[in-house]
Design a binder for this molecule. Structure first.
Ligand SMILES: NC(=O)c1ccc[n+]([C@@H]2O[C@H](COP(=O)([O-])OP(=O)(O)OC[C@H]3O[C@@H](n4cnc5c(N)ncnc54)[C@H](O)[C@@H]3O)[C@@H](O)[C@H]2O)c1
Length: 248
């Protein structure tokens, strides 16, 4: 990771924080985009004594795509482009399909998918010029079925997986790989949507082959794997990190 500049959306979140620390310890400059000021403050505190890489925080609301595009152009001018883009930020409103308005559905796609498109559009010219790039899209186990009341979220993860394959084909000739990671169940804010936490944890442990809860480090190391120079022959793939729950 030494010398690499990484654009990481939602980097202050439950999975993002640990991953950011690992990437900084690997020598990268991590540009963290998030709009949750309390989580951003925790990330800054956690990264304060880490190195040899560094943390750059840029608070931005990804639902404002034109504002995000302008912000990215400023960051590119300051940091000379992004070698690695991690499309990780997501919202996950939960209710029955019929209760979602089209506008609510579209807001989920804007944050979970379209912000990633804006990020890749901004990063790609620099990646192509360097003949190196890594794009990592964070999908979800929910795309494998088995979860109700998350239709806009599941649709957004399906779109990210489709983009992973389309981008992999299109950017491969320029040395840019594109892969997805599908986390299983991790105890972050994303899990708080479940009404009965105890039975949810029991259900998770029953379903997994590995009988412990996932930790953010499990995702951090999978991201570091795809981001590495050595992963240049792997593209268009989705890695399941779920303790052997869904096997594909
Ligand atoms: N935790 C899990 O069990 C789990 C399972 C499957 C997939 N995932 C995926 O992993 C990724 C990370 O999830 P997490 O568990 O860390 O959740 P999280 O909610 O802790 O992290 C998401 C981050 O995105 C940020 N974000 C949301 N909307 C934003 C906006 N409009 N502008 C800027 N930032 C915004 C949030 O502030 C938050 O820090 C997500 O893509 C999620 O879908 C998580």
């Amino acid at each position: 990771m030494k010398g690499r500049t990484i654009l990481y959306t939602g980097a202050a979140g439950g999975l993002g924080l640990e991953t950011t620390l690992l990437l900084i310890e690997g020598g990268a400059t991590v540009i963290a985009i998030d709009n949750d000021l309390a989580k951003v403050a925790q990330l800054i505190k956690a990264a304060a004594d880490r190195g040899p890489g560094k943390l750059v925080v840029s608070t931005a609301d990804l639902s404002d795509l034109s504002g995000f595009r302008i912000r990215l152009n400023t960051l590119i001018a300051e940091h000379g482009g992004f070698d690695i883009v991690i499309n990780n930020a997501a919202i996950y409103p939960s209710k029955p399909f019929e209760d979602f308005s089209v506008e609510e559905h579209q807001r989920v796609q804007r944050i979970n998918v379209d912000a990633g498109i804006v990020a890749v559009q901004a990063a790609l010219p620099g990646m192509r010029a360097k003949a190196f790039g890594r794009i990592i899209n964070i999908a979800s186990i929910t795309l494998s079925g088995g979860w109700a009341n998350l239709s806009p979220y599941v649709a957004s993860k399906g779109a990210l997986v489709g983009l992973t394959r389309a981008w992999a084909r299109e950017f491969g000739p320029d040395g840019v790989t594109v892969n997805a990671i599908a986390p299983g169940a991790f105890p972050t804010d994303a899990e708080k949507i479940h009404p009965d936490p105890e039975s949810y944890v029991r259900m998770v442990l029953d379903a997994q082959a590995v009988k412990r809860r996932g930790v953010a480090g499990d995702i951090a190391h999978a991201i570091a794997f795809f981001a590495a120079d050595e992963a240049g022959f792997i593209t268009g793939q989705m890695l399941h990190v779920n303790g052997g729950w869904v096997m594909a």
